[in-house]
Write a protein that binds this ligand. Structure first.
Ligand code: NAI
Ligand code: MG
Length: 342
């Protein structure tokens, strides 16, 4: 990911939101890695999520968004969104909308790990503010409804983001919709995407319906470069794609708007392994790498990624999700040791 928006600075103020469960563990590992670069950071720790909700009654306390706006970017862990609590609104969905982080970018790249499909290098660009996650839902006695909001404005800016990204990659965009069935909503997304495509004559454009896209991701993932899609489809396809390259422990993401970027692993708070010290920190460390790209610190971004790749290749320090028996902090320490050699 190389959407450079900020100007390179002497010191970066970074909001750090660990969140819940393994979010807390992996975020502090990513911060450790950043502290082992030559760059200067001031980390502002902020609390959001389910644990905060239990204390103060809101998953995102009022002051958080304005405090985030005083920083250049955010490193986010993961938060729990309990389905059993009525009317609970996901903290990350709230932040994405409050900060207008309209582009969710999820690079999916083959790394040297067992079971990883080779030669995959794609990026899912997912509209992040509306679609089926618009939060507009209502119910009658025996029915429940979700409103799928698709606007021309949001479709246009996400399409432009995807095509700009494709120009810096292999110049290929696959537009993924279900426009044959959802004729109005996917129809508008598709129409706007194809209009934007006209401004990028160098970019090869393909279209797939989401069900076929899901299959092709398994059968021939190497054929994709940039996948442009709406909110729910992008969420599902990105976990599927993460499964190709070794699982959620290796999958980072960026939530990017015109003025701010929030970087997080694709995974959630993983209550099944929280507190056991075995969460894979690499997705969060690669999210920090994406943040370095965003800040224009290409050299350090590359060095962090190289250190991760070396540790994976050596295969001596791997967490159980990758077939190893190392702890979270042992993996981080191995990555930092490689970083120090670079
Ligand atoms: P999850 O991503 O937390 O976990 C899915 C599976 O992957 C679990 O078996 C977990 O142990 C494993 N896993 C995830 N990350 C891992 C890592 N770094 N190392 C090793 N194994 C890892 O998804 P799940 O279980 O559906 O959701 C748990 C909670 O997280 C829910 O409350 C959900 O709403 C929330 N969530 C939050 C997200 C966010 O804050 N951005 C994103 C996705 C889910
Ligand atoms: Mg998800």
């Amino acid at each position: 990911m190389d959407n450079i928006i900020c100007e390179v600075m002497d010191m970066y103020e970074i909001a750090v939101i660990p969140g819940d469960g393994i979010g807390k563990t992996v975020t502090s590992e990513a911060v450790r890695v950043l502290k082992n670069t030559d760059l200067k950071f001031e980390f502002q720790f902020m609390k959001v999520g389910y644990e905060v909700f239990k204390k103060v009654g809101a998953p995102v306390p009022e002051n958080v968004v304005s405090e985030m706006k005083d920083t250049q970017a955010c490193l986010f862990g993961a938060t729990t969104t309990p389905v059993s609590v009525p009317n609970y609104r996901s903290a990350i969905v709230t932040l994405r909308r409050a900060l207008d982080l309209y582009a969710n970018v999820r690079p999916v790249k083959s790394y040297p790990v067992r079971g990883c499909v080779r030669d995959v290098d794609l990026a899912i660009v997912r509209e992040n503010t509306e679609g089926l996650y618009s939060g507009v839902e209502f119910e009658t006695e025996d029915s429940a409804f979700a409103v799928r909001v698709i606007t021309r404005r949001a479709s246009e800016r996400i399409a432009r983001f995807a095509f700009n990204l494709a120009m810096r990659r292999r110049k290929k965009v696959t537009i993924v919709t279900k426009a044959n069935v959802m004729r109005k909503t996917c129809g508008l997304f598709r129409e706007v995407s194809l209009l934007v495509a006209k401004d990028y004559p160098e970019v090869e454009v393909n279209e797939l319906f989401v069900d076929v896209a899901a299959m092709n991701l398994v059968l021939k993932p190497q054929t994709f470069d940039v996948i442009l899609t709406s909110n729910l489809f992008g969420d599902i396809l990105s976990d599927e794609a993460a499964g190709l390259i070794g699982g959620l422990g290796l999958a980072p993401s960026g939530n990017i708007g015109d003025n701010y970027g929030l970087f997080e692993p694709v995974h959630g708070s993983a209550p099944d392994i929280a507190g056991k010290g075995i969460a894979n920190p690499i997705a969060a460390i690669l999210a920090a790498k994406m943040m370095l790209d965003y800040l224009g610190e290409d050299k350090w971004a590359e060095q962090v990624e190289n250190a991760v790749v070396t540790v994976l290749k050596k295969g001596k320090h791997l967490t159980p999700d990758l077939g190893g028996s190392s702890t979270t902090s042992e993996v981080t320490e191995a990555i930092i040791a490689e970083l120090e050699k670079s």
